[in-house]
Design a protein around this ligand. Structure first.
Ligand SMILES: Nc1ncnc2c1ncn2[C@@H]1O[C@H](COP(=O)(O)OP(=O)(O)O)[C@@H](O)[C@H]1O
Ligand SMILES: O=c1ccn([C@@H]2O[C@H](COP(=O)(O)OP(=O)(O)O)[C@@H](O)[C@H]2O)c(=O)[nH]1
Length: 239
């Protein structure tokens, strides 16, 4: 018998770098294909899924600012990068027979629909996967914050952050391999101890809307369904 789902409606956040695979830039089609399959498997179990993809594999506004350029223009370019990633993921989902919609916070009507909460709600009720593109639509924000915002707007049961690491540690495990790993944490712990797995705005938004945050490694085959069925390895952040 199939295990029941712990969370029925989720927001899955993937960094742009998650789509890069072993490349140093851009999109690895094999990785996108594998992630699309993970999402298709979750949908087949009756999960309603919204996805936010970052843009860091293509462009980050801070990189422009660091070289003395205009941060706002850089952020606009970063948001456009998230649209490119979203289009790729939506195509891959369609290849897996999933009805996928790209809704962008930044209006590019000849390419994809513009985000509106009401339309998004209808699509989610229909079981379509929504790929939320363009972050929050504003500079000086991140796609983690955009994802927390969409999770709140769509009344998601959980915010699933699919990363390269299998949970939250006392320090970045890529820098300190001896860092301690946690199964559970409170929002306040993440904020006060400055555990930098996601930005504080995003964590605070999840806390204020009582949406648990789950951090897990997306590159393990079956990882998403395992999290949904409470059998995977992950850290849960709650109140
Ligand atoms: N305390 C921490 N616990 C876990 N990961 C952390 C921590 N501090 C920093 N990180 C880093 O944050 C990264 C996750 O954020 P992000 O860059 O958005 O995703 P990705 O892992 O897909 O690149 C991890 O890969 C990890 O290297
Ligand atoms: O609401 C948003 C979301 C993203 N961005 C820009 O888009 C880039 C890519 O997003 P992010 O860094 O969050 O991607 P990730 O790290 O998840 O790949 C950021 O660096 C910003 O320049 C932005 O300006 N506003």
């Amino acid at each position: 018998m199939t295990k029941p789902l712990r969370w029925k409606r989720v927001l899955l956040k993937l960094s742009g770098e998650a789509l890069m695979g072993s490349q140093s830039f851009g999109i690895d089609p094999m990785v996108v294909e594998r992630i699309a399959k993970e999402i298709a498997d979750a949908v087949a179990l009756g999960c309603q899924v919204g996805v936010v993809v970052g843009g860091g594999n293509i462009f980050r506004g801070v990189a422009v600012a660091a070289k003395g350029g205009n941060r706002v223009t850089g952020d606009h370019m970063g948001m456009l990068a998230t649209i490119m990633n979203s289009l790729t993921l939506a195509d891959a989902l369609r290849r897996h027979k999933v009805q996928a919609r790209v809704l962008s916070a930044v209006a590019v009507p000849s390419i994809c629909e513009t985000f509106s909460q009401r339309v998004a709600e209808r699509y989610m009720e229909d079981g379509d996967v929504i790929v939320f593109a363009g972050g929050t639509g504003n500079p000086f924000f991140t796609t983690d914050s955009g994802a927390a915002l969409r999770a709140a707007e769509m009344r998601c049961d959980a915010f699933l952050k699919g990363t390269q690491v299998d949970g939250i540690y006392s320090e970045d495990p890529k820098i300190n391999p001896d860092a301690e790993r946690y199964d559970t944490l409170r929002f306040e712990d993440v904020i006060q101890r400055n555990l930098k797995v996601m930005d504080t705005t995003a964590i605070a938004l999840a806390r204020d809307n009582n949406i648990p945050v789950i951090v897990f490694r997306i590159h393990e085959p079956g990882a998403l369904v395992a999290v949904l069925q409470e059998s995977g390895r992950y850290t849960v952040v709650g109140s």
